[in-house]
Design a protein around this ligand. Structure first.
Ligand SMILES: [Zn+2]
Length: 140
């Protein structure tokens, strides 16, 4: 047993780290979409966003921002960047340790980012307001 990301953090398995501090680590992905693909993970084992405190979450995103800028300055091919975090199996989360991918994208790189098309008939304003109301109450 054991979490593969925790093992990367502890270097129990081979890893190439780009950056590390007390809170997060940035690691080269071994199945990169394009060269430079990395991910940022909190060092503490955190399975989902609901367990992520805002300070750590902010630090993850701040590190992703800096890594995105580093990618663009690095000389690697990078026409665009996707930041991708999968929270939950239905969102594509495969490892139960939250991590934010920083994926350099190259024009015509053959990878997609596909969602099914939205509703054929857009919701009316009343429906958008009803849903926003649910979210406002839950947001607190
Ligand atoms: Zn872990």
């Amino acid at each position: 047993m054991g979490c593969i990301i925790c093992k990367l953090i502890s270097e129990e398995i081979e890893v190439t780290k780009v950056y590390e501090d007390d809170v997060v680590v940035a690691v080269m992905d071994i199945q990169p979409i394009n060269p430079g693909h990395l991910f940022i993970a909190p060092k503490r084992h955190i399975e989902s966003i609901s367990e992520l405190d805002e300070e750590v979450g902010s630090h993850v995103f701040k590190t992703a921002t800096r890594m995105t800028n580093a990618l663009r300055r690095s000389g690697l091919k990078c026409d665009g960047v996707n930041l991708l975090l999968a929270d939950g199996g239905s969102a594509g989360q495969e490892i139960p340790h939250i991590h934010l991918h920083v994926i350099p994208r190259i024009r015509m790189d053959g990878s997609g980012f596909k969602f099914r098309k939205g509703s054929i008939r857009p919701p009316d304003r009343k429906e958008l307001e009803r849903i926003a109301g649910l979210l406002r109450r839950a947001f607190g």
